[in-house]
Structures are given as C-alpha cells and as structure tokens.
Design a protein around this ligand. Structure first.
Ligand code: E4P
Length: 218
C-alpha cells in the first residue's frame, strides 16, 4: 500500500520523505492557498524532494478547455507531476484526453462508485475517494472505498484507489483492510501512525535491563 502526504507544506514533505516511507504527495487549491507560497514553486520543491514519487497538483478552472490549458502548463513543471482533475462532466473528457497523451491524472472529489467507474473508464491513474467529508455528514465514507476497490478488482481496471480526506489513523487501518492501493493523509496523521504505548513501554524496559546488566555492543 502506498502512503501519500496530503499537504501544501514543503517542510512536511521533506520530513516524511526523510523517513523513507513516502510514495507521493497530494495537494489541493485550499492547501496551496494556506501554504503562503506560490503554487508552482511549492509543487516543484515537492517534486525535487521526492523525484520517484507522484506529486498531485490540481487544476482550478471549470471548463474543459481551461482545465486542459492549466493541465498542460502544470505538466511542464516536473516529470513526476500528476494532474488532479475534479469529478465533473468536463473533468471526464479532460481525463480521457490527458491519459491518452501519457499525462497521469488523479481524479478528485469522487464520492460514489458510479463516479469512480467513470474515472476508471477515462483512464485515471488515481481515483481519489473522499471519506472524511462523508463521515462529516453522518454517513460512512469507508463503504464507498469497499465498493470502489471491488469495482476496480472485478473489471480489472489499472486505476489505483486513493483514499482521501482521511481524518484519523483508523481510516488508514480500514483502508488496509479493504485493500485500497493508496492512503493520503495530513502529516499529523502520518505521525500518529507511529504511536503505540506498548512500543514505548517495551523500549523503556529493554533499555533499562540493558543498562542494569552493564552490557555493551562495542
Ligand atoms: C485529497 O487529495 C484531498 O486533498 C484531501 O484528502 C481532502 O481532505 P479534506 O476533506 O480533509 O479537506
């Protein structure tokens, strides 16, 4: 399973990349707006930090022609960029066109298996299915992940199911259980994944026993 960090902060990408476990980055217009830096410089910095990773950068227009114009521009910024395209009637032909030209697309704002089918048929490399925003309105976002993973497997699509809008580590645990290909999460949640009290207690005990015995490795 691939782990992506969902952020507009270059420093967070740097830290997660340094752990050696990071496969990619997702950004969105809100995260970039909060970053306090320019879109191009932020995305290019992320691409340089993680040259083998997939860095998603989103178009912001609504029409097919404008989305394509933006996508072609963004695609020139670095070779490892994936164009994020929203799930709309205009977004589907944009996705078909870009993928047929070898430009990878992350179809975003997907909330149902029928939308996911369209994204898969259009050739999206990643299908970003949002879970937290569904939980926020008293529904179970993970149900859609189960349906979409099943749909992709049943029909043998190449698209990877990307669990987005993750709010807590249990969303990651459920994504693993359901066989999702990718989870993208805020940096804070990635940090939470390290935590287990028994790891801390266990390490304290080992260290103390070793110290008491007066042993040494060298
Ligand atoms: C994914 O690519 C999106 O940027 C992100 O996961 C949205 O998360 P949010 O619902 O917490 O804004």
């Amino acid at each position: 399973m691939k782990l992506f960090v969902d952020t507009g902060q270059v420093e967070e990408v740097q830290q997660a990349a340094q752990w050696g476990i990071l496969d990619g980055v997702t950004t969105n217009p809100s995260l970039i707006a909060q970053s306090g830096r320019g879109f191009k410089e932020t995305v290019q910095a992320m691409c340089e930090i993680l040259p083998e990773g997939a860095i998603s950068a989103e178009v912001v227009s609504a029409t097919e022609s404008e989305m394509l114009r933006e996508a072609y521009e963004i695609a020139t910024w670095a070779p490892n960029i994936v164009i994020k395209v929203p799930m709309t009637k205009a977004g589907i032909p944009v996705t078909s066109r870009l993928t047929s030209e070898g430009i990878r697309v992350n179809m975003t704002l997907v909330f149902s298996v029928s939308q996911a089918l369209l994204a898969a048929k259009a050739g999206a490399t990643f299908i970003s299915v949002f879970v937290g925003r569904v939980d926020d309105i008293s529904n179970d976002g993970m149900n859609t992940i189960e349906e979409v993973v099943g749909m992709v497997d049943t029909y043998g699509f190449d698209s990877e199911v990307l669990v987005a809008s993750i709010r807590h580590p249990m969303h990651v645990v459920e994504s693993i259980r359901l066989g999702a290909h990718i989870a993208t999460m805020p940096f804070k949640i990635m940090q939470q994944m390290f935590a287990h009290p028994l790891s801390d207690i266990g390490l304290e005990r080992f260290t103390e026993d070793w110290r008491k015995a007066g042993l040494s490795i060298f």
